[in-house]
Design a protein around this ligand. Structure first.
Ligand code: HEM
Length: 330
């Protein structure tokens, strides 16, 4: 166990687990970025609920939301880090892992602050259905991201995270990567959105959603095509979004700067800190907050997209038993 508050040691250990040869394209970085985003993207500014504080995905009610399918892998990959640095909260660990992964994959530095706490029960979990649906278009994106407090430019910048990783048939139903090198952060996603000849295609599988596919120069017919979600493609079809796609395609530095700012804002959603930097669960909560970290969970992936359909999350059950959370002073 490291010294409570030694986040540098945690960062180093996260970097150390990123390369996982047999997994996807050889790195768990992309799925860690998606974990940080889904932990935060439940925020609603009107009701002041959701967001990255609490680490609600430990509970089946949030972790089992079909929108979160596959993220159990990310959470389980992080368990050895939690085991070694047991003082850290899951909500800090998940957001920090996203930031560390982006940097390690060639992306910008992103401001990250410690102090999130873990829920001790399910009472403050956000409802399901707050995350975006890739089969929709620009109106839906605005509906979802305005609820979190983002504007059009920020929506486009955030979408640039799809430079990383891939879609999985057993998670979202979509299939393929957005760019040729999905473990290297760049502005390639925006370039390809504008440059390639995208065709609408329903992959050859029962119930598969339609997506956009294309091959870039040098790809063979039997190579897996590149893909765009309907939501990604809609960015090029919208008078307010498209100019930002063009700017980011032309200017990687601008994209990195804007992405860094907007990702830092994303992972702060729903986090209210007292003067010591420790987060409370609501801005109305009074009194001094404690850095409250939940006990370690199961170390095997469960639930949808884990290859064992329908299995309830044993780990989430464990957390419902009221095991006292670990408290640490930072
Ligand atoms: C704009 C609305 C968005 C939609 C509709 C959307 C949808 C999706 C879908 C369907 C997948 C594939 C999941 C799978 O099958 O494994 C995915 C993956 C991913 N998303 Fe998004 N997403 C959105 C925004 C974002 C944002 C804001 C970020 C981060 C800032 C992000 C980061 C990622 C990453 C890194 C992956 C790859 C995960 C992996 O390789 O396992 N997405 N997204």
């Amino acid at each position: 166990m490291s010294k409570p508050g030694d986040f540098e040691a945690v960062r180093k250990d996260i970097v150390g687990i990123l390369k996982q040869k047999p997994y996807d394209d050889g790195s768990i970085g992309p799925v860690l970025v998606r974990l940080a985003w889904h932990a935060s993207g439940t925020y609603c500014k009107d009701s002041d609920t959701g967001g990255s504080n609490g680490a609600g995905m430990r509970y089946e009610a949030e972790g089992g939301d079909p929108a979160n399918a596959g993220l159990q892998h990310a959470r389980v990959f992080l368990e050895p880090i939690k085991e070694k640095h047991s003082w850290i909260t899951y909500s800090d660990l998940w957001t920090l892992a996203g930031v560390v992964a982006i940097k390690a994959m060639g992306g910008p530095d992103i401001a990250w602050k410690a102090g999130r706490s873990d829920f001790a029960d399910e009472t403050l979990l956000p409802p399901r259905g707050r995350l975006p649906d890739g089969s929709q278009a620009q109106d839906h994106l605005r509906h979802i991201f305005y609820r979190m407090g983002f504007n059009d430019q920020e929506i486009v910048a955030l979408s640039g995270a799809h430079n990383l990783g891939r879609c999985h048939a057993d998670r979202s139903g979509f299939e393929g990567a957005w760019v040729n090198n999905p473990t290297r952060f760049s502005n390639q996603y925006f370039k390809l959105l504008l440059k390639l000849k995208w065709e609408k295609k329903q992959l050859n599988r029962d119930g598969a959603p339609w997506q956009w596919v294309a091959r870039s120069a040098g790809m063979d017919d039997d190579d897996e095509p590149l893909m765009m979600l309907p939501t990604d493609f809609s960015l090029t079809q919208d008078a307010e979004f498209r100019p930002w796609v063009e700017k980011y395609a032309e200017d990687q530095e601008l994209f990195f700067r804007d992405f860094s700012n907007v990702f830092a804002k994303l992972i702060e959603l729903g986090v209210y800190r007292d003067e010591d930097g420790i987060a409370r669960f609501s801005h109305l909560e009074k009194g001094k907050a404690e850095y409250r970290s939940a006990p370690q969970k199961s170390a095997t992936p469960q639930g949808p997209g884990a290859g064992k359909d329908g299995e309830a999350s044993k780990a989430a059950e464990e957390n419902k038993t009221g095991v006292p959370a670990m408290r640490a002073k930072l």
